[in-house]
Design a protein around this ligand. Structure first.
Ligand code: TYD
Length: 677
């Protein structure tokens, strides 16, 4: 509750949520009313059915045509304007549907217009959705994304459709009872359509005047928009293909919707196979919806700190497993439990999926990713429902009797089993792609999380990137080599982060001043110096190195732990064991994959430093003996762990050294990891 209140305290989000609730209410009532409106134009039932089905199908079709470019538009243009313009258009288009008869259109013309208008309205909605979805995360701090999603999903799929259905039937029933006859342009269905239209106008106005934060463009988006639209389009696909998290998410979402579509398509015959007919059908759907609400509303409370990436895959497996369970259910009560679990799994997957999409995808490509998701979902759902409907219609069924228990083995049940199995397979696939706790046993992690104690992953599994450190004495030429390596790796299209110690962060820069400035009258004592370097390192690892490694980047750092061992340990003659322990504590044990040691004779190195002409810092001006100790400390460290070190003579030509480094590293980096760009 407190979390809910604090997310609603964000003004931008609060406004957006309110207007989206209104818009969603308008949409639902519009969907119901358009379908009714179209079928009401005809007397005979067959034509009615066709008209009803026709308008629904039309809502799904434009996705294929317009979807692919919608995402590019959302990433390219100002999202606020995109939303506002689309909503104004929708206001006009939806508003025109109920007015058609007033302008003397025949029933057939009216239906035709309703169809065209819906088609156009849906088409431009496809532009609106990615723009909205990409903009929302910018309004909310990352830690509050999940709760805000819970709120939005429950509003959109739980509260507003029910309110809309209630309101529509209340309108119709109320009018019939009161016997008042309204003019032809103000029948209940038409009123519903007006509500739909005006809810869009309201959204446009609120977004334009009230949520200015959505507007504007980040630096990255501005730069991306300088490319051609085709380029941006292709880049979107490349991002999708090369980012395991996104691949897993998209795969999982499609799989879940396919399984869901099969259940919808098969539901009617399945309900009859339980011998409970139409009532069972409604009950099953009711339970699925209840499950959805439970999954979305209570899911996070149940799984607590469980990794959301893992939760996503697990939820899909739960939903699909429950679909299989439905295939075996021989009694209505079993089927209801199955339906509830299908809903719960799907709801949790939906919540985890949207939270990950919102929280983990860069602003610059978010529109395109959401576009792919929305097109895919619509297509997959439509296909699955249709195919399931056809298959179920084809099959016949046989009744099997085990003593007192009898049930039908039908194509419906086989379909449910197959769909469930495929769903489980997809869920596991998604889990594997996205897993951020590799090496942690799944079941133990889940049980631990339910009890409030998720397992933490062993160190070596946390990161997927690569950590390379350059070490060496003064004037060894580290910075040149760091740049050379970074350029070489970037040219291969890798994600590279160049950093250094001390001083890579704001805090670090201030610490750097404390330890290295010479004009300070007071120099830190050796232990204080060691602690300051360790403090810089702790902050550096936590805020720069680890996040980059988790993302899969190659991190190249100019100096790391070994510098402390050499300078503070050997140089200042503090106990090396203690310095080592201090650094291990500061970094949480993070070790580089490779240390490149540029070995230089202090005599040569310090001359190089002097020739810079910028004066020496506090450590550079230490005695020659100090720097000798540092040099041999580095060499000792390298000798004690040759697999992790590459020692190169810093007096060799720059190109030679750079080549040697690249060669060593190409053996470490797998080509598969190289596809990130
Ligand atoms: P650096 O910025 O690499 O300077 P340079 O490019 O001149 O080598 O390092 C600054 C100084 O900090 C360097 O003299 C080594 C010292 N240092 C330590 O004494 N302990 C440490 O843990 C680190 C990271 C650096």
């Amino acid at each position: 509750m407190a979390a809910l209140r604090s997310v609603l305290r964000l003004r931008g989000f609060r406004r957006l949520w309110l207007v989206l609730a209104a818009a969603s209410f308008g949409d639902w009532i519009g969907i119901l009313a358009t379908a009714l409106f179209a079928s009401a134009q005809f007397e005979n039932t067959a034509a009615q059915g066709a008209a009803f089905g026709g308008t629904i199908a039309v809502r799904l079709l434009p996705a294929l045509v317009l979807g692919p470019i919608a995402g590019v538009l959302a990433d390219r243009f100002d999202r606020r304007y995109t939303m506002v313009i689309v909503d104004l258009l929708r206001f006009l288009i939806y508003g025109s549907i109920p007015l058609a008869p007033v302008f003397g259109a025949s029933p057939a013309q009216t239906v035709a217009w309703a169809t065209i208008a819906t088609l156009v309205g849906e088409a431009i909605t496809l532009i609106w959705i990615p723009a909205k979805e990409a903009a929302v995360p910018n309004l909310i701090p990352k830690s509050q994304i999940e709760i805000s999603n819970q709120l939005t999903l429950i509003t959109t799929y739980g509260i507003t459709p029910i309110l809309a259905a209630l309101m529509l039937s209340a309108l119709t029933a109320g009018l019939q009872q009161s016997g008042v006859s309204l003019p032809s342009w103000a029948q209940p269905v038409q009123i519903a359509l007006y509500i739909n239209a005006f809810s869009r106008l309201a959204t446009a106005l609120v977004v334009f005047f009230g949520i200015k934060e959505i507007g504007g463009k980040s630096e990255e988006r501005r730069r991306a928009a300088e490319q051609s639209m085709t380029r941006q389009f292709l880049d979107g696909w490349k991002y999708l293909g090369s980012t395991p998290l996104v691949r897993g998410l998209v795969l999982g979402i499609f799989g879940a919707f396919a399984a869901g579509g099969v259940v919808i398509g098969a539901a009617r015959t399945f309900a009859y196979s339980l011998g409970a007919g139409e009532a069972a059908f409604s009950l099953l759907f009711g339970f699925i919806f209840m499950g959805l609400a439970l999954g979305i509303g209570l899911g996070p409370m149940i799984v607590k700190e469980l990794s959301r990436r893992r939760w996503f895959g697990m939820s899909i497996v739960l939903a699909s497993g429950s679909v299989m369970f439905l295939g075996f259910a021989f009694h209505l009560s079993m089927a209801l439990v199955g339906a509830l679990m299908v809903g719960a799994g799907a709801g949790m997957a939906f919540l985890a999926g949207t939270t990950l999409l919102y929280g983990e995808i860069e602003d610059a490509v978010r529109g395109r990713v959401f576009a792919v998701v929305q097109i895919g979902v619509r297509t997959v759902l439509l296909l699955a429902i249709t195919v399931a409907g056809v298959l179920v219609g084809l099959g016949s069924s046989r009744r099997v009797q085990f003593g007192p228990i009898g049930f039908d083995v039908s194509s419906t049940r086989i379909l449910l089993l197959v769909a469930g199995a495929i769903g489980i397979w997809v869920g596991i696939g998604a889990f594997r792609q996205m897993d951020d706790k590799r090496g942690v046993p799944v079941l133990a992690d889940l049980i631990g999380s339910l009890r409030g104690r998720p397992l933490s992953p062993p160190e070596e599994f946390v990161r997927s990137g690569m950590f390379i450190v350059f070490e060496g004495g003064e004037g060894a030429g580290k910075s040149t080599q760091v740049t050379r390596l970074a350029d070489a790796l970037k040219a291969e299209g890798r994600d590279v982060v160049v950093t250094r110690e001390p001083g890579a962060t704001d805090i670090g820069a201030r610490i750097r001043g404390l330890v290295l400035d010479r004009d300070k009258t007071e120099a830190p004592s050796p232990r204080a110096e060691a602690l300051l370097y360790a403090a810089d390192r702790a902050h550096h690892v936590a805020t720069v190195v680890r996040p980059a490694l988790t993302r899969g980047a190659v991190v190249i750092s100019d100096r790391y732990v070994d510098s402390s061992l050499a300078y503070q340990g050997a140089g200042r003659t503090l106990p090396v064991q203690e310095v080592s322990w201090l650094s291990a504590w500061a970094t949480g044990g993070l070790k580089p994959d490779l240390v490149v040691l540029l070995d230089v004779d202090p005599g040569v190195g310090l001359t190089r430093v002097d020739s810079r002409g910028v004066g020496t810092d506090r450590l550079e001006s230490e005695s020659r003996a100090f720097h000798e100790r540092v040099r041999y400390a580095f060499l000792d460290l390298a000798a004690s762990d040759p697999k992790r070190y590459l020692v190169l003579d810093a007096s060799r030509p720059v190109d030679e050294i750079a080549d040697a480094v690249v060669q060593r590293i190409s053996g470490l980096l797998s080509p598969a990891e190289a596809s990130v760009s």
